[in-house]
Design a protein around this ligand. Structure first.
Ligand code: ATP
Length: 238
């Protein structure tokens, strides 16, 4: 089998002296959508922060396209083609949707031009002239994804896209992720809402107190509600 796009092996990350990630290993293959699930505080965001060097790992290996990137600063990893859609979205509220995309594009070239992004994501196209500060939470999430795309990532790290959104908008955001996956973008999707993420994911990992407690096929896990309940509690399984 060829080397996966992203491979994390035996990752340990601390905040100060407190161990957060303990021996985390996972992979994301070319074109795969992989869900990283777990309850609040399980260590999902810390995993993304470790990949991006926002919190330097204590030990372990992170390879991207076969190259060791553990401890690299985020800007360097981004240059290799790793995109990030942060939790909480963060954008320029006084600028329009289009202006936010233009800022993110910033002279970069590749398959995903602004026109292509707006064509693939028509909901975003409808909002092109609206100021980001006037977008709903779901619309801001879509813009955050569009903004990451114009940098032409090969791998997109998406942190809790459903957080704080109404169910109908969550469906739109997830449809967008499914579109990207169908077009060949590899995605590592962090979610607390397990069943939602499992619907679009190829494979899944579950984190509990910083350890991987499940790794396997997404559909298989989704069909085993008792397992989801054991891994992530009653709410995640309903
Ligand atoms: P959430 O869904 O709440 O974001 P998560 O699975 O992403 O959960 P993390 O944000 O990775 O969890 O947090 C893992 C643990 O690390 C939690 O116990 C959290 O309190 C702790 N933590 C997060 N950030 C820091 C920090 N800057 N300093 C110290 N501890 C932190």
């Amino acid at each position: 089998m060829s080397e996966p796009l992203l491979r994390i092996t035996g990752l340990h990350t601390n905040y100060g002296k407190i161990a957060i990630l303990r021996d985390v290993s996972l992979t994301v293959g070319e074109g795969e959508l992989v869900a990283l699930l777990g309850l609040n505080g399980a260590g999902k965001t810390t995993t993304i922060r470790s990949i991006l060097g926002l919190t330097a790992p204590l030990s372990g290996s992170i390879t991207y396209e076969g190259r060791e990137i553990a401890g690299w600063p985020a800007y360097k990893t981004a240059r290799l083609g790793v995109g990030y859609v942060p939790e909480g979205r963060r954008m320029f509220k006084e600028l329009t949707t289009l202006e936010n995309l233009q800022l993110a594009e910033n002279g970069r070239t590749g398959d995903w031009t602004i026109d292509r992004v707006l064509e693939a994501l028509p909901k975003l196209a409808e909002l092109r002239s609206r100021k980001a500060g006037r977008l709903s939470g779901g619309e801001q999430e879509m813009l955050a994804i569009g903004r990451a795309l114009v940098a032409n990532p090969r791998l997109l790290l998406v942190d809790e896209p459903s957080q704080g959104l109404a169910p109908l908008i969550v469906e739109d955001v997830y449809a967008m992720l499914a579109t990207l996956r169908a077009r060949g973008t590899s995605i590592l999707l962090v979610e607390q809402n397990a069943l939602l993420a499992l619907k679009v994911a190829d494979r899944a990992y579950v984190l509990d107190s910083g350890r991987i407690v499940y790794s396997g096929d997404a559909k298989e896990l989704a069909s085993d509600r008792a397992r989801v309940r054991t891994l992530m509690g009653l709410e995640a399984a309903s």
